[in-house]
Design a protein around this ligand. Structure first.
Ligand code: NAP
Length: 284
C-alpha cells in the first residue's frame, strides 16, 4: 500500500474500498470483511448508501483495532445546517457503533453547505471526526469554500476515471492543499471502459487487468481510488497494483482518453440539482 498525507497530517491509503449500491446488510458486511482481510484499510460509505451499520459491524468482526481502519461517511443535503449536521453525525456514529469517524464529507455542494461546514468544523475541533471534507465540489465551489472556511476541506471526492480525468479539479485541489479522491474509478463500467483498446494494450504489457491499470493510473496522479466490488476475486485484484508502474508514455496515452465530461451524473445540469435536492437523507 502507498499512502498520502492530508493537510492536517493524517495518513490515508491511496486505495480504499467503496460500498455504494450495496444496500443488503449481509452482502455489504461480507464484502467489507473480504476487503479488510485483503489489506484494504479505508472504507467509504454514506448515510444514503443505507449500509453504515454493516460497515461498522464488519470492522468489529474483522478483529482489527479500530485505529487501523479509516472510515469515511457522508452527510446528505437535508441534514445540512450547523446544529443539524452535528446531530446527523452523532446518528451516524450510533449506526456504525463507533465513537469517532475518520473522515466525514458533505455529499453534495448543494443546500446550506456553509452552515453544514461550520457544524463539521465544530466536530473536528471536538475530535469526534478526525478529518473533514467535501464531495462533488467543482473547482469554483471548492475555491469559494476554501477561501471562506475557518478550516479548509482536507478532501474532495469526485467522479474521476480515464474518461473524465478532472485535471483542473486536481490542480485546484492541490492549490488549496485538498486531497482528491476518485469515486467511480471504473466509470461504473460505463462506455465499455474495461475493454478500452488503449487500456487493454497497456494492461497486457504489464500482465495486469484494465481495472488494475485504471487504479494504478489514479494512484500515480496521487489521487485516492475507491473501487467497489462485491466479488472476492475482484476485491483482491483491485488492491494488487503496487508491483508495477506505468511509464510516462503510458500515462500520456491514458491522458489522451479524457473526454472532459461525466459518464455518470452531470452536476452542472439543473435537472440534477433538482433531482438530488429531492432525495431524502436517513431519518433514523
Ligand atoms: P466503480 O468502482 O467505478 O465501479 C463499480 C463497478 O465495477 C461494479 O459494477 C463492480 O461490479 C465492477 N468492478 C469492480 N471491480 C472490477 C474488476 N476488477 N473487474 C471488472 N469489474 C469490476 O463505481 P462506484 O461504486 O460508483 O464508485 C466506487 C465508490 O465511490 C462507491 O462504492 C462509493 O463508495 C464512492 N462513490 C461516491 C459517490 C459520491 O457522490 N461521493 C458517487 C458514487 C460512488 P461488482 O460489484 O459486481 O464486482
Amino acid at each position: 500500500m502507498e499512502y498520502t498525507t492530508l493537510s492536517n497530517g493524517l495518513r490515508l491509503p491511496l486505495v480504499g474500498f467503496g460500498v455504494f449500491q450495496v444496500p443488503d446488510a449481509a452482502q455489504c458486511e461480507a464484502a467489507v470483511l473480504t476487503a479488510l482481510e485483503n489489506g484494504y484499510r479505508l472504507i467509504d460509505t454514506a448515510e444514503n448508501y443505507l449500509n453504515e451499520e454493516a460497515v461498522g459491524s464488519a470492522v468489529k468482526k474483522s478483529g482489527l483495532p479500530r485505529s487501523e481502519v479509516f472510515i469515511t461517511t457522508k452527510l446528505w443535503i437535508d441534514h445540512y445546517g450547523e446544529q443539524k449536521s452535528v446531530d446527523a453525525v452523532h446518528r451516524a456514529l450510533e449506526r456504525m457503533g463507533t465513537d469517532y469517524i475518520d473522515l466525514i464529507l458533505l455529499h453534495q455542494s448543494l443546500g446550506d453547505y456553509y452552515s453544514a461546514w461550520r457544524g463539521l468544523t465544530r466536530l473536528y475541533r471536538e475530535g469526534v471526526v478526525k478529518a473533514i471534507g467535501v464531495s462533488n465540489f467543482y473547482p469554483e465551489r471548492l475555491t469559494d469554500l476554501c477561501m471562506h472556511a475557518a478550516i479548509r476541506p482536507m478532501v474532495n471526492q469526485i467522479e474521476c476515471h480515464p474518461y473524465f480525468q478532472r485535471q483542473t479539479d486536481l490542480e485546484c485541489a492541490q492549490h488549496f492543499g485538498v486531497q482528491l479522491e476518485a469515486w467511480g474509478p471504473f466509470a461504473e463500467g460505463g462506455r465499455g471502459i474495461f475493454t478500452d483498446p488503449v487500456l487493454t494494450k497497456i494492461a497486457a504489457a504489464h500482465g495486469k487487468s484494465t481495472a488494475q491499470v485504471m487504479l494504478r493510473w489514479a494512484v500515480q496522479r496521487r489521487v485516492i481510488v475507491l473501487p467497489k466490488s462485491v466479488h472476492a476475486d475482484r476485491i483482491k485484484v483491485n488492491i494488487d497494483i503496487f508491483d508495477f508502474a506505468l511509464t510516462d508514455a503510458e500515462m500520456q496515452q491514458i491522458a489522451a482518453l479524457d473526454t472532459g465530461h461525466t459518464e455518470i451524473i452531470d452536476h452542472l445540469n439543473w435537472h440534477t440539482t433538482e433531482f438530488l435536492n429531492n432525495i431524502k437523507g436517513r431519518q433514523d
